[in-house]
Ligand binder design. Structure first.
Ligand code: 4NP
Length: 154
């Protein structure tokens, strides 16, 4: 199973989702491949935002080696599942889809938390304070736990 995490800049939310899922895949000895990308090209080649890197490190996850890249159509061939953080990401990714099969691969990551979850989108923490980064960590930690359960038990 190849899984891609996508946000806008690929420096805050999707690198964390990538790092969390990679960490849990390795921890549990699973064979999934995990990567991340942004719909925009502003930060291509750069490291994750240092506030996100620091929040991750505080929680035992190292995302410092990741580098931003832009989502491209070929990602539809490389990945089985494409998790987006918000509806804007969903729109930007699916408008590059070539057919229904591509579109079916794209999911809002918080949909994995089920219908009891009141929030559908992972808020962009870029222009906010530390509480926003902590909130993103909590949401993505929970969502990646569900993804891991699905990888294990289908
Ligand atoms: P991300 O956050 O999509 O979670 O990586 C952002 C990072 C950078 C910008 C916007 C969102 N930006 O406008 O530069």
């Amino acid at each position: 199973m190849n899984i891609l995490m996508v946000c806008l800049g690929n420096i805050c939310r999707s690198p964390l989702a990538d790092g969390l899922l990679r960490h849990k895949v390795e921890r549990d000895g699973l064979s999934a491949r995990v990567d991340s990308a942004g719909t925009a090209n502003y930060h291509v080649g750069g490291p994750p935002d240092e506030r996100m890197t620091e929040t991750a490190i505080q929680n035992g996850i190292d995302i410092s080696v990741l580098r931003a890249r832009q989502f491209e159509v070929a990602d539809y061939d490389r990945f089985d599942l494409i998790y987006v953080m918000d509806k804007s990401n969903y729109h930007n990714v699916t408008r590059l889809a070539r057919d229904e099969k591509d579109i079916e691969k794209v999911k809002l990551i918080l949909d994995e938390l089920g219908h009891s979850n009141s929030i559908q989108e992972v808020p962009d923490p870029y222009y906010g304070g530390q509480a926003g980064f902590d909130h993103v960590f909590d949401l993505l930690d929970r969502a990646t736990d569900v993804i891991i359960e699905k990888l294990k038990y289908g």
